[in-house]
Design a protein. Structure first.
Length: 340
């Protein structure tokens, strides 16, 4: 699965890991997930999300209110991407050019890349799926355009069926502006595109969002005074430190891929995917953990407001999952300011 976030140029490579499987806890019970989703929709102030956690210890998580999200003074966020997908062939070359004219002052650099495949999710049981599937795909002639800011910290990606806004950390001392600011930029880009489409006399079209995606890319570096990436037992809540008499020490590197279905009243609303792997930061050659969290949710209705609502839900799931998966020790290192 391709994520909306562009590949950070200062991550050199992922390191391979051995064949030994990493034991993790079972997936959360479906009835518990429905219960938690219902609590969010009802606006309950808090719930104990122990069954959603990577570990056995309960984690008290406030209810669905952006003002109550936990904040860090120095979060490990390297990139954030918000994506909204709409009907195929909604945008053509001329409309993309008109949007480019509107954004040129803020995004002076233009690049062309291969179009990314459409977002989709299959919620059927893997055992019920056919072993081999053949699909005829019409490759769009329109590429994926990148409009890049002068300092390369902002990126707008546009193709015939998707609009993506990325914030990227390009300076060592750059501060993450926060989800509210990133969302405001995405809302502005959606508004600009909507105006461009509506103003086209020859080929007017409307934005009809379907899948909306939130991606957080984190680079978790060694604690100050260390040259090694933090061991998994210090990074993740559910990984225990090896016993002194254990044959196996802390793992040298790892690749972890976890997925959760986001439940709705009748049908699934989307999916949360977490990927963790060992990597190396190109600029400093420092070993890090690359941890990405992607939440994909179906928009409940047509229009920009529905897309923004789905992005808000996606951010809620993504950020809370990060809090539940990572340890309190790392929270303290990132200087947790608490729930606000």
């Amino acid at each position: 699965m391709l994520r909306a976030a562009a590949n950070p140029p200062h991550v050199l490579r992922k390191q391979g890991c051995g064949e030994r499987p990493l034991q993790v806890l079972p997936a959360p019970r479906a009835d518990r997930l429905v219960e938690l989703a219902r609590a969010r929709r009802l606006g309950l102030r808090s719930f104990v999300a122990s069954d959603m956690s990577f570990c056995n210890d309960p984690v008290e998580v406030p209810g669905p209110n952006a003002a109550e999200l936990v904040t860090f003074i120095h979060p490990p966020i390297d990139e954030v991407a918000l994506a909204v997908q709409f009907a195929p062939q909604t945008v053509d070359f001329m409309q993309a050019s008109h949007l480019r004219d509107r954004l040129k002052d803020r995004f002076p650099t233009r690049q062309e890349h291969q179009a990314r495949p459409p977002m989709s999710e299959d919620f059927t049981d893997p055992a019920e799926r056919p072993p081999v599937q053949f699909e005829v795909v019409n490759v769009p002639s329109m590429p994926r355009f990148w409009f890049v800011s002068a300092d390369e910290s902002e990126l707008v990606q546009l193709q015939h069926d998707v609009l993506i806004y990325n914030w990227r950390r390009r300076a060592v001392d750059a501060q993450y502006p926060g989800y509210t600011a990133v969302r405001a930029s995405m809302e502005e880009m959606l508004g600009q595109l909507k105006e461009v489409l509506a103003a086209d006399d020859e080929r007017p079209s409307a934005l009809t969002p379907n899948w909306c995606e939130v991606t957080y890319v984190n680079q978790i570096a060694p604690p100050e005074g260390s040259i090694d990436r933090p061991p998994l037992s210090r990074l993740l809540r559910g990984v225990k430190r090896p016993r002194q008499d254990s044959l196996l020490p802390e793992t040298d590197d790892a690749q972890i891929h976890l997925r959760w279905t986001i439940p709705g009243d009748k049908e699934p609303l989307g999916r949360l995917t977490v990927a963790l792997s060992s990597a190396t930061r190109l600029a400093t050659r420092v070993p890090i953990w690359a941890m990405s969290l992607t939440t994909r949710i179906l928009a409940a209705d047509e229009g920009i407001d529905a897309a923004l609502g789905a992005l808000d839900d996606g951010h809620d799931w993504t950020y809370r999952a990060f809090i539940e998966l990572t340890s309190e020790e790392m929270h303290a290192y990132w200087q947790n300011e608490g729930w606000r």
